[in-house]
Design a protein around this ligand. Structure first.
Ligand code: ADE
Length: 226
């Protein structure tokens, strides 16, 4: 799989995508992640990639030309299954969407910035607009990193214990059960007896019950449609 991220702040994306599971997936060749500096696609000597909005108003707009050139260059080299634009007014990102995207071969993510990109890019080139939640961040870089991370951990082989990705919260519309490690008793704070019992089937049952209970209590909306 290949993910190309177009951004005005490449530095912001380097670190989050260079640790832990994503780093290992890159090293194993399971995913190729390229961070593309939008400023490399402007002929302007000041490397300008934003301009005032037609009609006035506060805030700058990502210019159409550099974005168009960056996307067209990538598209001339290979077929892309999705061209995603990160924006607070996009469709809400979910585990389901991460699952679907993890099955694609090539994805572009355009990290929105300033007041957003010229609408014509959204209309003509973008295939999916994605928000990571109902709050506004300073730019689409952190959303792009979050989306990439959640996709990459689902690629077979990215996590050594495959069960581990399958038992993540949300994978079956349930929150994950609580986890504990040694010591079994810390200053009188005890691990539930069942987890020390050695009865695998009973432990599975307990974990499932915990998942159901936590989901009912904390995220009843997850099972609304069932
Ligand atoms: N850019 C700014 N805020 C965002 C959000 N919540 N999701 C996606 N992109 C964004």
């Amino acid at each position: 799989m290949r993910i190309d991220i177009i951004t005005v702040l490449p530095e912001l994306l380097e670190s989050p995508l260079n640790y832990s599971i994503v780093k290992r997936a890159r090293e194993k060749g399971l995913v190729e992640i390229n961070i593309i500096n939008l400023r490399d696609f402007t002929a302007d000597k000041y490397k300008t990639v934003d301009d005032y909005a037609f009609g006035g108003g506060a805030g700058m707009v990502m210019m159409i030309e550099p974005v168009y050139k960056a996307i067209e260059k990538l598209k001339s080299e290979r077929h892309y299954d999705e061209i995603i634009y990160t924006s607070p007014d996009g469709e809400r990102f979910t585990q389901k969407m991460a699952n679907i995207l993890s099955l694609k071969n090539n994805i572009i993510i355009l990290a929105g910035h300033y007041k957003g990109v010229d609408q014509r890019i959204r209309e003509h080139l973008i295939t999916r607009e994605v928000s990571i939640g109902d709050y506004v961040l300073s730019g689409g870089e952190i959303p792009a990193a979050a989306i990439t991370d959640s996709i990459v951990r689902l690629i077979p082989g990215a996590i050594s214990d495959e069960q581990s990705a399958l038992s993540d919260s949300f994978q079956d519309d349930l929150l994950a059960p609580p986890v504990y490690t040694r010591p079994a008793d810390f200053n009188g704070w005890k691990v539930p007896d069942i987890l020390l019992s050695g009865h695998a089937a009973e432990i599975d049952k307990w974990r499932h019950e915990q998942s159901l209970e936590r989901t009912r209590k904390l995220r009843p909306d997850l099972s609304d449609d069932e």
